[in-house]
Design a protein around this ligand. Structure first.
Ligand code: 5RP
Length: 227
């Protein structure tokens, strides 16, 4: 079985009837959403889903998963999402699929966050994957210039047509090509205080469980600081 499918299915074992479930975005989360759809149809699972992107919303609707918006629920029991990089301290980079803002909002209001990744995403240090920063279009070139002066090697994310990519909120993404992030907390603090920055892809100290797809099977790792 494909590693992404394997971890997507494994994560669904943490879902019980009656739960409100955050549904992540990306090619790994796709398999989890598909499995939730199957469990609803074949196992009478009853859940309410909260989606993290238009892409996941479309998939969930097609599967007939009952949905609520983030502002209609009082809490989320568990959110299952992919990640682009995960370090040994359960710190991660997300936003490769440009859904970081909604993903972080949904994760913030979740009792438990589970990441599903194949083993290639586990890294000793964050930073090789470009770090996305979501910015309001107005003034975004100014932010870009500052990031460039700081040596962060920024690039605006573009579509295949060469147009600026717009997120679900209509913002731009600036990717930082850092190679390594020695102090993720300090960088997160720096970025979030720049005027015009809406969010960044450093997801820190919010992930309870990582399920890693390995050739021999899924490996579940529990964050000792959040259990
Ligand atoms: C989207 C994300 C994704 O979860 C992340 O990019 C991983 O995606 P994939 O499972 O396709 O590798 O953060 O914004």
């Amino acid at each position: 079985m494909d590693l992404k499918e394997m971890v997507g299915k494994e994560a669904c074992k943490h879902i019980k009837s009656g739960m409100t479930v955050g549904l992540g975005t990306g090619s790994t989360a796709y398999h989890m959403v598909a499995e939730v759809g199957r469990m609803i149809k074949e196992e009478n699972l009853t859940i309410t889903g909260v989606t993290t992107s238009t892409q996941t919303l479309i998939q969930a609707r097609e599967l007939g998963i009952p949905l609520a918006s983030i502002d209609e629920v009082d809490h989320i029991d568990v959110t299952i999402d992919g990640a682009d990089e995960v370090d040994p301290n359960f710190l991660g980079i997300k936003g490769g699929g440009a859904a970081l803002l909604y993903e972080k909002i949904v994760a913030t209001y979740s009792d438990k966050v589970i990441w599903i990744v194949d083993e290639s995403k586990m890294v000793p240090q964050l930073g090789e994957f470009p770090l996305p920063v979501e910015v309001i279009p107005y003034g975004s070139q100014q932010i870009f210039n500052i990031l460039e002066k700081r040596g962060y090697h920024p690039s605006f994310r573009k579509t295949s047509d060469g147009e600026f990519l717009h997120t679900d909120s209509g913002n731009y993404i600036i990717d930082l090509h850092l190679a390594e992030i020695p102090d993720p907390h300090a960088l997160a603090e720096e970025l979030i205080h720049m005027t015009g920055v809406v969010e960044h892809g450093l997801f820190l100290d919010m992930t309870n469980i990582v399920i890693v797809g390995e050739k021999n099977g899924p490996k579940t790792i529990y964050n000792p600081t959040l259990v």
